[in-house]
Design a protein around this ligand. Structure first.
Ligand SMILES: Cc1cc2nc3c(=O)[nH]c(=O)nc-3n(C[C@H](O)[C@H](O)[C@H](O)COP(=O)(O)O)c2cc1C
Length: 208
């Protein structure tokens, strides 16, 4: 009888657990509680001139920021945004050309502030794919801080090129960090209903 009761209780627990898992779609994110986590983002939206009509159509949150906010919520991270001293032009096309020139010149656009992440051991770095890799402002940041010994995880939004060369560029730029495989999301999909679950799944699969 006792065996039967234990068996029934186990089956019930399994069923309740499975229903919970199905309801939430994805199991809760990996345990980051023993880590101090920072999320650094760079986006065009907060680094460009604004005008009317606005080429980014009144957006208040950038694509990369949407993903950064989801990661920060799941990992209990502190968020930091990078700001270039010089703004990118109002014209999207001019910005695209300027970004290309910066990449060709291997430029290091000056940043207003360098977020200090010395107290953090896990650093997510988010950016839009610009011409196949991260914007040069990210390169400026990587050279302004010491990320050695830290776990660094990129995430990228794009319009088709995914992470491009940015994963290998990051690994090359940070030989003394543990750079994990990054997350990517098409910019137009960042607000889709399944994106939060995709982010959770990505976080769950990380081995810190
Ligand atoms: C200067 C510039 C270059 C870009 N280059 C690429 C590219 O090479 N591949 C791609 O898929 N998307 C490219 N994009 C599109 C952005 O990566 C995409 O829209 C991104 O989601 C924007 O993120 P944000 O809103 O955080 O700035 C480019 C956008 C800009 C402004």
């Amino acid at each position: 009888m006792r065996f039967f009761k234990t068996f029934v209780a186990s089956v019930l627990m399994f069923c309740v657990g499975s229903v919970g898992l199905l309801a939430s779609g994805v199991a809760s994110a990996a345990d980051f509680s023993n880590h101090k986590v920072a999320v650094i983002t760079f986006s065009l939206l907060h680094n460009r001139e604004h005008g009317n009509p606005d080429p980014q159509e009144g957006k208040t949150v950038s694509n990369t920021e949407v993903i950064g906010n989801l990661i920060a919520k799941e990992t209990n991270a502190d968020l930091f945004a990078l700001h270039t001293q010089k703004l990118y032009p109002l014209s999207y096309d001019e910005t695209v050309d300027l970004a290309r020139e910066e990449q060709r010149a291997n430029a290091r656009p000056a940043l207003k502030e360098i977020p200090d992440v010395s107290a953090y051991d896990v650093i997510f770095i988010g950016y839009p794919n610009w011409w196949g890799t991260y914007p040069m402002a990210i390169a400026t940041y990587l050279e302004s801080v010491d990320l050695s010994g830290k776990t660094v995880i990129p995430f990228c939004t794009h319009e088709g090129s995914r992470l491009g060369r940015s994963q290998s560029d990051l690994e090359q730029a940070l030989p003394n960090s543990k750079v994990l495989d990054g997350f990517e999301c098409r910019g137009g999909d960042t607000l889709d209903s399944d994106t939060p679950d995709n982010v959770k799944e990505f976080l769950n699969d990380l081995t810190l």
